[in-house]
Design a protein. Sequence first.
Length: 152
Amino acid sequence: MRPAYTFETTYEISRLERCAVTVRAREPVSVTEVDALMMLRRGFELTDHRPYVVFVDLNDVVEILPGARRVLASARHVLAASMLGSTPVDRMMAAGYAHAAYPAEYFEDRAAAFQWLAVMHDLLCADPVPHTMSLTIDLDPFDRPRYQPTRG
Protein backbone atom coordinates (compact mmCIF):
# COMPACT_ATOMS: atom_id res chain seq x y z
CA MET A 1 0.00 0.00 0.00
CA ARG A 2 1.31 3.42 -0.99
CA PRO A 3 1.66 6.01 1.81
CA ALA A 4 -0.76 8.95 1.81
CA TYR A 5 0.25 12.04 -0.14
CA THR A 6 1.77 14.89 1.82
CA PHE A 7 3.32 18.02 0.37
CA GLU A 8 6.44 17.71 2.54
CA THR A 9 7.25 14.19 1.37
CA THR A 10 6.52 14.96 -2.29
CA TYR A 11 8.47 18.21 -2.75
CA GLU A 12 11.81 19.56 -1.56
CA ILE A 13 11.91 23.34 -1.28
CA SER A 14 15.06 24.94 0.07
CA ARG A 15 16.68 28.35 0.36
CA LEU A 16 19.89 29.02 -1.58
CA GLU A 17 20.46 32.66 -0.70
CA ARG A 18 18.58 35.39 1.10
CA CYS A 19 16.19 35.70 -1.85
CA ALA A 20 16.78 32.51 -3.86
CA VAL A 21 14.88 29.22 -3.57
CA THR A 22 15.05 25.78 -5.22
CA VAL A 23 12.06 23.53 -5.88
CA ARG A 24 12.14 19.88 -6.89
CA ALA A 25 9.83 16.90 -6.73
CA ARG A 26 11.09 13.90 -4.78
CA GLU A 27 9.01 11.51 -6.91
CA PRO A 28 7.09 11.68 -10.22
CA VAL A 29 4.22 14.10 -9.64
CA SER A 30 1.43 16.07 -11.32
CA VAL A 31 1.54 19.58 -9.86
CA THR A 32 -1.90 20.72 -8.69
CA GLU A 33 -3.14 24.21 -7.88
CA VAL A 34 -2.89 23.42 -4.15
CA ASP A 35 0.71 22.23 -4.65
CA ALA A 36 1.50 25.46 -6.49
CA LEU A 37 0.08 27.59 -3.69
CA MET A 38 2.04 25.58 -1.12
CA MET A 39 5.28 25.97 -3.13
CA LEU A 40 4.85 29.73 -3.32
CA ARG A 41 3.94 29.99 0.34
CA ARG A 42 6.93 27.88 1.40
CA GLY A 43 9.32 29.91 -0.77
CA PHE A 44 7.95 33.15 0.67
CA GLU A 45 8.41 31.80 4.21
CA LEU A 46 11.98 30.60 3.51
CA THR A 47 13.00 34.06 2.29
CA ASP A 48 11.45 35.81 5.30
CA HIS A 49 8.72 37.29 3.10
CA ARG A 50 11.08 38.71 0.49
CA PRO A 51 10.50 38.48 -3.26
CA TYR A 52 12.80 35.78 -4.64
CA VAL A 53 14.27 34.05 -7.68
CA VAL A 54 13.58 30.34 -8.02
CA PHE A 55 15.32 27.33 -9.56
CA VAL A 56 12.80 24.64 -10.55
CA ASP A 57 13.94 21.09 -11.37
CA LEU A 58 11.31 19.65 -13.74
CA ASN A 59 12.87 16.19 -14.03
CA ASP A 60 10.31 14.43 -11.80
CA VAL A 61 7.36 16.62 -12.81
CA VAL A 62 4.97 14.61 -14.98
CA GLU A 63 2.61 17.52 -15.65
CA ILE A 64 1.64 20.94 -14.37
CA LEU A 65 -2.14 21.19 -14.29
CA PRO A 66 -3.72 24.38 -15.74
CA GLY A 67 -4.73 25.77 -12.34
CA ALA A 68 -1.20 25.26 -11.02
CA ARG A 69 0.33 26.88 -14.10
CA ARG A 70 -1.96 29.91 -13.71
CA VAL A 71 -1.03 30.30 -10.03
CA LEU A 72 2.71 29.85 -10.59
CA ALA A 73 2.88 32.15 -13.63
CA SER A 74 1.04 34.97 -11.88
CA ALA A 75 2.94 35.05 -8.57
CA ARG A 76 3.93 38.65 -7.91
CA HIS A 77 6.71 37.86 -5.42
CA VAL A 78 8.66 35.60 -7.80
CA LEU A 79 11.29 37.75 -9.50
CA ALA A 80 12.62 35.16 -12.00
CA ALA A 81 12.49 31.41 -12.60
CA SER A 82 15.17 29.13 -14.00
CA MET A 83 13.71 25.77 -15.07
CA LEU A 84 15.84 22.67 -15.58
CA GLY A 85 14.62 19.72 -17.61
CA SER A 86 15.83 17.02 -19.96
CA THR A 87 12.91 15.99 -22.16
CA PRO A 88 10.64 17.57 -24.78
CA VAL A 89 7.81 17.32 -22.23
CA ASP A 90 9.87 19.36 -19.75
CA ARG A 91 10.44 21.97 -22.46
CA MET A 92 6.69 22.10 -23.18
CA MET A 93 5.88 22.56 -19.49
CA ALA A 94 8.40 25.41 -19.25
CA ALA A 95 6.98 27.06 -22.39
CA GLY A 96 3.82 27.80 -20.41
CA TYR A 97 5.79 30.43 -18.50
CA ALA A 98 6.70 32.55 -21.53
CA HIS A 99 4.02 35.04 -20.46
CA ALA A 100 4.59 34.80 -16.71
CA ALA A 101 4.63 37.89 -14.51
CA TYR A 102 8.44 37.42 -14.27
CA PRO A 103 11.31 36.36 -16.57
CA ALA A 104 11.49 32.57 -16.94
CA GLU A 105 14.00 30.48 -18.88
CA TYR A 106 14.33 26.76 -19.64
CA PHE A 107 17.68 24.96 -19.53
CA GLU A 108 18.92 21.43 -20.13
CA ASP A 109 22.26 22.17 -18.45
CA ARG A 110 22.27 22.60 -14.65
CA ALA A 111 25.33 24.88 -14.63
CA ALA A 112 23.79 27.20 -17.24
CA ALA A 113 20.50 27.28 -15.31
CA PHE A 114 22.26 28.30 -12.10
CA GLN A 115 24.46 30.82 -13.92
CA TRP A 116 21.38 32.55 -15.40
CA LEU A 117 19.66 32.46 -12.01
CA ALA A 118 22.73 34.01 -10.36
CA VAL A 119 22.66 36.89 -12.86
CA MET A 120 18.94 37.42 -12.27
CA HIS A 121 19.50 37.22 -8.51
CA ASP A 122 22.22 39.88 -8.67
CA LEU A 123 20.07 42.14 -10.86
CA LEU A 124 16.74 41.73 -9.09
CA CYS A 125 17.62 41.03 -5.45
CA ALA A 126 19.80 44.07 -4.87
CA ASP A 127 17.52 45.25 -2.05
CA PRO A 128 16.40 42.09 -0.23
CA VAL A 129 14.27 43.88 2.34
CA PRO A 130 11.44 41.98 4.03
CA HIS A 131 8.06 43.05 2.73
CA THR A 132 4.97 43.44 4.83
CA MET A 133 2.69 42.60 1.95
CA SER A 134 1.22 39.15 1.85
CA LEU A 135 1.73 36.46 -0.72
CA THR A 136 0.09 37.86 -3.88
CA ILE A 137 -1.13 35.88 -6.83
CA ASP A 138 -2.76 37.57 -9.80
CA LEU A 139 -5.49 35.36 -11.18
CA ASP A 140 -6.32 37.80 -13.98
CA PRO A 141 -7.46 35.61 -16.89
CA PHE A 142 -6.50 38.23 -19.48
CA ASP A 143 -3.12 38.03 -21.17
CA ARG A 144 -0.96 41.02 -20.46
CA PRO A 145 1.22 42.19 -23.34
CA ARG A 146 4.82 41.15 -22.93
CA TYR A 147 7.52 43.76 -23.47
CA GLN A 148 8.27 44.15 -27.17
CA PRO A 149 11.39 46.15 -28.09
CA THR A 150 10.74 48.86 -30.64
CA ARG A 151 12.62 48.81 -33.89
CA GLY A 152 13.79 51.95 -35.39
